[in-house]
Design a protein around this ligand. Structure first.
Ligand SMILES: Cc1cc2nc3c(=O)[nH]c(=O)nc-3n(C[C@H](O)[C@H](O)[C@H](O)COP(=O)(O)O)c2cc1C
Length: 326
């Protein structure tokens, strides 16, 4: 069991990694249904929250069925981050997560996200202010460091714990690796070996199938496992990982019928939340992963990716059912 504030989670909880433009409420609900224990919002800019930007406020909304749910914020100023935490608090999430890991230039280049890994004193200062501002547990998501020569994560984990951070998720890459190369979990394992560390350590990076989740647990003894890209088109990874971790049972891959059924549910949820226009656009990045490996699927995929009509897309789903799943 692990504890984040008053939140108690059994076994080795599985977290859906926050992913901008992917982990909206519809996808989070689908992942929850298929075994994710904890889900987190897409990152919300503290400056945009303060300026009441509607699109950013929308990111903070969630369905009670998503709980336990965390809101993730990013920024580079203590005042704005505290104000953003107060705004986030009003939505009553189970925790507030600070993003000190985003490598994207427009974020990290301004000293937000992983950019702050070059200024640990300021990172600690802002995090401490946020912890002291809110009654909700504060967690941090970060990377190993800025680059190969700067990996402060072992000391940083202790410092974050000491100022009251309640859990830390670590992506086993540096900023300079972006998303390339292989995630290195060895430093994550070292943090778990540190007897001073008592807060939950959630490992993240390259968990693309249940075997990888089991191996991460066995080798690095993390308290929780966070899965990002491996869940896109394959939300079953949560149930499969859970079954393998807890009961040593290997799950069969989802059938085409199951894939279609979940894709349809995802689609309808997305349309309900975002409306017809945006719902159709957002779903486009999910079709290829949902239907990967289907033979002779290219033409159907192109139709899915170019249609702007709800009815047409629903008819394409019916055609897929007829062609592949019966
Ligand atoms: C499309 C995309 C969007 C992402 N957006 C966020 C984000 O908003 N906040 C965050 O902390 N990490 C974000 N990440 C990083 C993921 O949370 C995760 O740390 C990373 O993908 C490594 O995990 P994985 O190998 O399981 O995908 C994003 C990653 C991707 C691929």
């Amino acid at each position: 069991m692990i504890q984040i504030g008053n939140l108690q989670l059994n076994g080795t909880p599985l977290f859906l990694a926050p992913m901008e433009d992917v982990t909206d409420s519809a996808f989070r609900l689908i992942c929850k249904k298929l075994g994710a224990d904890v889900v987190i919002s897409e990152f919300a800019s503290s400056e945009a929250l303060i300026r009441d930007v509607k699109q950013t406020q929308e990111k903070l909304k969630f369905d009670d069925k998503e709980r336990p749910f965390g809101i993730q914020i990013f920024g580079n100023q203590a005042d704005s981050m505290c104000e953003a935490a107060r705004i986030a608090e009003k939505y009553k999430p189970d925790f507030i997560d600070i993003n000190w890991g985003c490598p994207v230039k427009k974020v990290a280049g301004k000293g937000s996200g992983s950019g702050m890994l070059q200024n640990i004193p300021l990172l600690i200062h802002i995090t401490r202010q946020v912890v002291n501002t809110t009654k909700i547990p504060v967690t941090v998501k970060t990377r190993l460091g800025w680059d190969e020569t700067n990996k402060p994560i072992i000391d940083l984990a202790e410092q974050l714990q000491d100022i009251g951070v309640q859990a830390i998720s670590i992506h086993g890459r540096t900023r300079s690796m972006m998303y390339k190369g292989e995630a290195d979990w060895t430093l994550i394992g070292k943090i778990k070996e540190n007897p001073r560390i008592t807060i939950p350590v959630i490992g993240n990076g390259d968990i693309t199938h249940a075997d990888a989740a089991l191996s991460a647990k066995q080798h690095y003894h993390v308290d929780g496992i966070m899965i990002g890209r491996g869940a896109i088109g394959n939300p079953w990874i949560f149930a499969a990982s859970k079954l393998l971790l807890e009961k040593n049972i290997i799950s069969p891959p989802p059938t085409i019928h199951e894939r279609l059924s979940i894709c349809k549910q995802h689609f309808e949820l997305c349309i309900k939340n975002k409306g017809e226009h945006y719902g159709i656009l957002i779903m486009r990045k999910h079709y290829k992963p949902y239907f990967k490996d289907l033979i002779n699927f290219k033409e159907t995929r192109i139709k899915l990716l170019t249609s702007n009509s709800l009815d047409e897309i629903r008819t394409i789903f019916q055609d897929i059912e007829k062609q592949y799943a019966t």
